[in-house]
Design a protein around this ligand. Sequence first.
Ligand code: AMP
Ligand code: MG
Length: 351
Amino acid sequence: MKTILINVDSEKPEDGELEEAVRIIRNGGLVAFPTETVYGLGGDAENPEASEKIYAAKGRPSDNPLIVHIWDFSQLEEIVSSVPENARKLADAFWPGPLTMILPKNDRIPLTTTGGLNTVAIRMPSHPVARRFLELSNIKIAAPSANTSGRPSPTTAQHVAEDLDGKIDCIIDGGVVDIGLESTIVDLSEGLPTILRPGYINKEMLEKVVGHVEIDPGILDINAEKKVKPKAPGMRYKHYAPKGDLTIVEGQEDKVVEEINRLVAEDKANGYSVGVIATEESRDKYVCDTILTIGARKDEYSIAHNLYGILREFDELGIQKMYTEDFETPKIGQAIMNRLLKAAGHKTIQV
Ligand code: AMP
Ligand code: MG
C-alpha cells in the first residue's frame, strides 16, 4: 500500500488540505493524525472492519481497546448508555484536552473497537488539526497511538512513517506534538472515578472537579503490577520500549550521576555501546560517548515532551545499554515515571 503524506499548518489547517484524508477515513481507511498528546492512528469507530485494520497495522492484540475521539459532546451521548454527572463536570473542565473517560457503551460502538469490553474510552482532543479533521469527517474516530505495538509512541509524523509507512492509507503531518505523553485515562463506569493511566491531567486537577479520585493500584509499581492486573488492558502489555536495555538509577542526584558514570565505564569496557539520558542541569557531569538531553528539571513538561523522541533516537544510534535518572517531578512526574518504568521493563537501581 502507498501511504499518502499530507502536510498541514498545525494551527490553521486548510479544509482543502484535509479533504483526501476525510474521504479515506469515511470510506473505512486508516489515517494517522496529530493530537496534543501523541499522533493517533484513526479509523471509523463505528466500522468494525476499520478497527480490525488498526489492530493489524499496529500489530496490536485485539483485546486492547481503542480510544474513540469526538469533537462535540453530543457525540458522546450517542455512544454511551448513560452520561454520569462526573462525565459532564470533567468534560466542562478538561475538554477539549488530554483526558480520556471510560463509560458504559451502547450498541453503536462495535465490540471490535472496545476489545470486547462493554465500556468505551472517549476523548475530545484539542489539537486544531485533530479537531478540524474530526469535524469535517463527521464520524467518531477510533485512534490508538500511531506506533507499532510495543515501540515508543510517535510525537512526529516521521515517527509514524518509521513504523507504519506502507501499512496505512495516509499520514497528516502537523509537526511535533505538544505534550508528548498519552492522555490521562479515568474510569467513570463504576464506583469512584479511578485513574487507569496517568497523564498531563493529574490526580489533583481531577480532584478539584469531582472530589476524591482513586488510582488503579495496578499501574503504580512493579509489585502491584504483579499482584493486581491493571484495569486498562493496554497497561498490561510491554510498552514504550526502546530496542536497547534501559535502566533507571534512583536516589540523591550526585550519587545517581556517580553510579551512572561507573556503570557506563563498566559497560564500555565490556564492549557495549552505551548512552545516558541527562537533563540540562546534569549533562556536564556525565562521562559517556552518547549523552542525550531530555529537557530541564526546571521545566518538567519539557521532559515529558522529549521522552519518546529520545528513546527512538537511541534506537537509531544502535545504543545497547542506556541509563537514566528518575523524574519524580511534581505535576507530570507520575506519568513520566509510568512510561519510563515500562520502557525500562521496571529495571531500577537504588543508590
Ligand atoms: P492508546 O490509544 O495506544 O494510548 O491506548 C489506549 C489505552 O486505553 C490502552 O491502554 C487501553 O487499554 C485503554 N482503554 C481503551 N478502552 C478502554 C476501556 N474500555 N477500559 C479500560 N481501558 C481502556
Ligand atoms: Mg499506545
